[in-house]
Write a protein that binds this ligand. Sequence first.
Ligand SMILES: [Zn+2]
Length: 73
Amino acid sequence: MRTFEHFPDVPKLACPICGTNEDSECILVGIDGTADGNNEQAQPVHTNCLRHLRYLKEKGIIYAVFQGARGET
Ligand SMILES: [Zn+2]
């Protein structure tokens, strides 16, 4: 999977796992239900945050454990 050295500098765009837009390496994850031909919307996610991924083996699902909700303390 391609990685990007910088997190996109776009206002209000945050990594869904940590809830920040910290400038560090990221990947782009396709957003379910947005595929249109060869195009699909994507969400940047810090590669460092992928350590929070978990595999729900019996359901065949990979998911992330949120470390903090955006806008909340
Ligand atoms: Zn993150």
